[in-house]
Design a protein around this ligand. Structure first.
Ligand SMILES: [Zn+2]
Length: 331
């Protein structure tokens, strides 16, 4: 009895120890599986948070860049409105209309100094010019495809973007029959308006670059912020330089509003452009942007082209036959 009891005790004890050991091994296995799994989950969550942060930073950077651009270019428009109000016009629309009429009147003399008067002026009609600033960008090809779909030509006032992908985009703009113009190499206001030497370098270097990449020598120019920008202390020497060196500079009389910091919808862009169209402008130069975050510009394009054509506009690329639109001129 005693021995059996001892044996029983011994076997119980062993069973307990084995069970304990099993539990220990199980716990170890579970721990070994759980730790990497938890780590993986934590890392994935962190990755998403970081991706979010990167997106936000990129978004904010674009907003800052575009707001600067918008402030410059819009201030230009507003300033122009005030200047024209000296002619006595009351409403903003008539101010802009009067601005356009002045532009048309003065255009003949301007053109003689800026463009070779080789071709006849366009017959009487309604003309609209879609102009895209700041490109090329990841949007360029989509814009070109839409323009091709409608068989219309536009004008791209580009900046200096290097690299083979960008070079393909410059080439596509020219090869597909659109006008290309200079919008300065850097678009950096401090440099562009930091004196005539810098201004000249910004233009000549980009002109050379465009010629090398596309084979097209262009003398079309658009001031960053427009000729009525408030960043340059005095725009006149810059205008004088352009006139003396055979460039024609183009502002706009219709802003699509696509460079506003806030997200603008495609419908709003079309509506903005229709303000002047419905006011009866016969020569419409529309400011738009070829910039990556501006998806609504691309989205708005088919409806915009259709709306312009429905109002009888012929959509053209800027050339020597087009009527100049300039906010500031030398008298
Ligand atoms: Zn610009």
């Amino acid at each position: 009895m005693y021995e059996e009891g001892k044996k029983l005790d011994f076997s119980d004890d062993r069973k307990k120890r084995v069970a304990k050991l099993k539990k220990l091994i199980m716990a170890l296995v579970i721990t070994l599986i759980a730790i990497p799994t938890i780590l993986c989950i934590v890392l994935v969550v962190k990755l998403f948070i970081l991706q979010d942060k990167v997106d936000n930073i990129l978004d904010n950077r674009d907003k800052v860049e575009n707001t600067t651009e918008y402030i410059g270019e819009t201030t230009g428009n507003v300033e122009e409105g005030y200047t024209d109000s000296q002619t006595g016009s009351e409403s903003q629309e008539s101010q802009e209309q009067s601005s356009e009429e002045q532009t048309t009147e003065e255009q003949t003399t301007e053109e003689q100094t800026t463009e070779t008067p080789s071709t006849e002026p366009l017959p009487d009609g309604k003309y609209a010019y879609l102009t895209f600033d700041d490109g090329p960008s990841a949007n360029t090809m989509s814009i070109l495809d839409i323009l091709d779909n409608y068989g219309v030509k536009a004008t791209f006032f580009v900046n200096g973007h290097t690299g083979s992908v960008m070079e393909e985009r410059y080439k596509a703009i020219v090869d597909r029959g659109h006008a290309i113009g200079i919008h300065t190499f850097s678009h950096d206001y401090d440099n562009v308006y930091g004196g005539l030497d810098k201004f000249e370098e910004e233009i000549v270097s980009l002109r050379k670059y465009i010629l090398e990449v596309t084979g097209k020598d262009t003398t079309l120019f658009r001031f960053p912020g427009g000729s009525s920008n408030t960043i340059a202390d005095d725009i006149k020497p810059y205008i004088q330089w352009l006139n003396d060196n055979g460039y024609s500079y183009w502002d706009w009389n219709c802003s699509s509003g696509d460079a506003t910091g806030k997200k603008i919808t495609a419908e709003e862009i079309v509506a903005n452009c229709m303000v002047q169209a419905d006011a009866g402008y016969k020569n419409l130069v529309i400011l738009m942007h070829d910039l990556r975050p501006k998806e609504s510009t691309v989205e708005a394009l088919p409806a915009l082209i259709e709306a312009l054509q429905a109002r009888g506009y012929e959509i053209r690329a800027i050339d020597e036959r087009s009527t100049l639109v300039q906010h500031r001129k030398l008298q």
